[in-house]
Design a protein around this ligand. Structure first.
Ligand SMILES: *Cc1c(COP(=O)(O)O)cnc(C)c1O
Length: 463
């Protein structure tokens, strides 16, 4: 090794130790760093690659927590941000207006899901991140009924088993992933959890659609039981992402839409992870032909450049807050609500969807992903490979059969993570589910690398 190589290696090591001296990382047992869990210092990003201080490339197969759409450091978004930063970086959105916030709202409403015969989503409320967006939607739903004067108050939400909506206390309340929720349960609201339509849970021989219908029947029963208490149902359409990339049949969403109308309650679609083309259509609700009353967007909204959330609402909801009294207004705010930089990044991302024909290109990419997934599905420890657009997930089990689980002490997910990282791919298994959720710019050679490394990681972790 030359002294030059030594110096670069030292640089990565130096960043690791400076980091661990001062940073407390998200969603991490810090004790696992650095020995059990290697820390990956990233110097820069380029397309689907994360590049280290030594120039070593790692494929970002999880789009940096599902945020990145068009690649890292995408030049067109970077340029739009630089222009906006030199024009207007931030202004209070209460009482003021600025072009990026207005234009983004117009364009989001123009592409939002439409259902014939329903008044469209017509107003946009901004928040700073996905969890905050979910808080906004929950508070709006509750407050709307309060403004209407419903007594007794409707204070409950319906959420789905195995659903995920974020980490702040309201969003965590409607989350049903025990690892995140259980510890804080004494602090949380108690929603009514309805059975998940997750097709993976269907008994042998039952179709995904049949299972979705059964889950909808169970929901109908719960709504009857809690009639008058509930103000909204919140769900992740088509894919419960943090819950293990569990997928369900769109028939479920059609039934939920009908049930919400029958009971006069709101349907909140949390498209934070699945929105912006991830499931194959711009929004997942489109595949069921339904339109929610409130739709939460974040993650990919800015192409992965900046945190921003948008909550889209119908006029019926908006008008429920118009009054002479300020208390009836939606007084929720965040300091950076509608930040111009974040809105400019989002506008640039929407431009790229059009200029590059992203949804159409993704159809070819998704087909390629499906072909590669098919080969991996043949590995002995893979029980199922499933796909929804640009999401592919592999369910692992000790003897490749449903209903069996690895001994947690084997740390299958962690071993797969390490094995993949050593070979230049950043996977981040959800328990024993390995998944691909790559930036849309991923090319054929990168997909081949991803598939080879995934197969290797599964073999290494399971034997
Ligand atoms: C990530 C996520 C959230 C929370 O978004 P944050 O920006 O991480 O707060 C909410 N809902 C869904 C479906 C998500 O995947």
């Amino acid at each position: 090794m030359s002294t030059h190589d030594g110096a670069i290696l030292d640089e990565a090591a130096r960043w690791r130790s400076r980091d661990l001296a001062v940073l407390w990382h998200p969603c991490t047992q810090m004790r696992e760093h650095p020995d059990v869990l290697p820390l990956l210092p990233v110097a820069r990003g380029e397309g689907a690659w994360l590049v280290g201080h030594d120039g070593r490339r790692t494929l970002d197969a999880v789009s940096s927590w599902w945020t990145n759409l068009h690649g890292h450091a995408e030049p067109r978004i970077a340029a739009a941000l630089a222009r906006q930063a030199a024009t207007l970086e931030q202004v209070i959105l209460a009482g003021c207006s600025h072009p990026p916030a207005v234009e983004l709202a117009e364009r989001l409403l123009a592409i939002a899901p439409r259902q014939p015969g329903r008044p469209p989503l017509s107003k946009v409320f901004y928040a700073d991140n996905g969890s905050a967006g979910v808080e906004v939607a929950l508070k709006m739903a509750f407050h709307w009924f309060r403004n209407r004067g419903d007594e007794p108050r409707r204070t409950r939400f319906v959420a789905l088993q195995n659903g995920y909506h974020g980490e702040t206390l309201g969003a965590l309340s409607v989350t049903d992933v025990p690892l995140y929720r259980r510890t804080y349960a004494p602090l949380l609201l108690e929603p009514v959890f309805a059975p998940s339509p997750d097709a993976w849970l269907a008994p042998a021989g039952q179709s995904a659609e049949g299972f979705a219908e059964d889950a909808a029947d169970a929901l109908a029963h719960l709504l009857d039981e809690h009639a008058g208490e509930v103000c909204a149902i919140v769900l992740e359409p088509l894919v419960q992402c943090a819950g293990g990339m569990r997928m369900h049949h769109p028939a479920y969403l059609r039934r939920v839409r009908e049930l919400c109308d029958v009971h006069g309650i709101f349907l909140i679609a949390d498209e934070i992870a699945v929105g912006f083309g991830r499931t194959g259509t711009m929004f997942a609700c489109e595949q069921a032909g339904i339109q929610p009353d409130l739709m939460c967007l974040s993650k990919g909204l800015t192409g992965g450049f900046l945190p921003l959330a948008a909550v889209l609402a119908t006029d019926a909801i908006y008008e429920g807050f118009l009054d002479d009294s300020r208390e009836r207004a939606f007084l929720h705010s965040h300091s950076y609500t509608g930040n111009p930089l974040a809105c400019a990044a989002a506008l640039a991302s929407l431009d790229i969807f059009e200029a590059d024909g992203v949804l159409e290109r993704n159809r070819a990419t998704a087909a390629r992903m499906g072909g590669l997934a098919h080969e991996i599905a043949a590995l002995p420890h893979v029980v199922e490979a499933r796909q929804c657009g640009m999401i592919v997930a592999f369910e692992l089990a000790p003897d490749g059969r449903r209903g069996t689980r690895f001994d947690p002490a084997r740390q299958v997910g962690l071993r797969a993570y390490r094995a993949a990282l050593e070979r230049g791919v950043l996977l981040r298994p959800l328990g024993e589910v390995l998944y691909w959720m790559p930036p849309y710019c991923i090319d054929a050679a990168q997909l081949d690398l991803l598939a080879n490394v995934t197969a290797h990681a599964i073999r290494e972790a399971t034997t």
